[in-house]
Design a binder for this molecule. Structure first.
Ligand SMILES: [Zn+2]
Length: 78
């Protein structure tokens, strides 16, 4: 099996989070990649809200989960 390396391409999956748009919910779903997020959100919409969310909407609403950094919030007393 041949894997095509792509020098310069960053193929690291960025964890994504999606906040449920339902007013009284606010549930935040986090998944390792977009496909997993879409599946998880649709599962949530189906089971909790008996509704359905379009993949496009999920992808559009999803935000990348930033890694915790101490760069900016480094002024913590400790
Ligand atoms: Zn919800």
């Amino acid at each position: 099996m041949r894997a095509r390396a792509c020098p310069g391409c960053i193929l690291v999956a960025v964890p994504l989070s999606y906040e449920c748009l339902d007013a009284d919910c606010g549930h935040i779903i986090v998944a390792a990649d977009q496909a997993a997020l879409v599946a998880a959100v649709q599962e949530h919409m189906s089971s909790v809200h008996e509704s359905f969310e379009l993949e496009d909407v999920i992808a559009d609403t999803a935000t990348e989960v930033a890694e915790e950094r101490d760069d900016e919030a480094g002024a913590r007393d400790g």
